[in-house]
Design a protein around this ligand. Structure first.
Ligand code: URA
Ligand code: SF4
Length: 187
């Protein structure tokens, strides 16, 4: 574990801990406010993210931005990262060995950001952060508190592209996040 961002970011350069290193263009480390109260965790980079080196800049990211706009969340105020930092080929889900190899980096990011709230975007984020026993359909929209952090599992933004009703859920879940954030600020 590193106690500063520079050392952590340096430790990732040239990372070959898992086989996803072979096809990547860029490592997608994470972006946003390094002292954010709210952190968003996705799955892994897609094609656009791989090319630009930033999370959620493609189609799924655009949807997320629309939700942020609707709820007056400033994207720059939150911190956004993924379970794996290199693009899985063909946008498949990260395999367990890849997620396990990469998770130390994300844990270190969480330790440095110290968020009060973590939004888990989809099943891969949920299972790797809270445990394989969790399912996204049953868990979404419900708070889970662990070691002083409030977790809100919700749909992955890419799922919203396929199913309109999930957009409504997504906005609802993010509303809960804002409410909780305001509560925390007032305490
Ligand atoms: N999907 C993700 O899970 N993360 C990204 O950064 C982009 C798309
Ligand atoms: Fe390293 Fe993570 Fe990329 Fe695998 S996905 S090579 S562990 S940075």
């Amino acid at each position: 574990m590193f106690d500063n961002w520079e050392e952590l970011e340096n430790s990732l350069k040239e990372c070959k801990r898992c086989k996803l290193c072979t096809n990547r263009t860029n490592i997608v480390f994470g972006t946003g406010n390094k002292q954010a109260s709210i952190m968003f965790i996705g799955e892994g980079p897609g094609a656009d993210e791989d090319l630009q080196g930033e999370p959620f800049v493609g189609k799924a990211g655009k949807l997320m931005n629309m939700a942020f706009d609707a709820l007056a969340i400033n994207r720059k105020e939150v911190y956004i990262a993924n379970i794996v930092k290199c693009r899985p080929p063909g946008n498949r889900n990260p395999e367990q060995d890849e997620a396990t190899a990469c998770l130390d980096y994300l844990r270190n990011q969480v330790i440095l950001v110290k968020p009060k709230i973590i939004v888990l975007l989809g099943s891969v984020a949920l299972k790797n952060i809270l445990g394989q026993e969790y399912g996204i359909t049953a868990s979404r929209g419900k708070w889970i508190e662990k070691r002083g952090i409030w977790y809100m599992p919700t749909w992955h933004p890419a799922a919203l592209l396929r199913d309109e009703t999930k957009k409504i859920d997504f906005i609802k879940d993010l509303k809960l996040v804002i409410e909780k954030y305001k509560q925390i600020l007032n305490n």
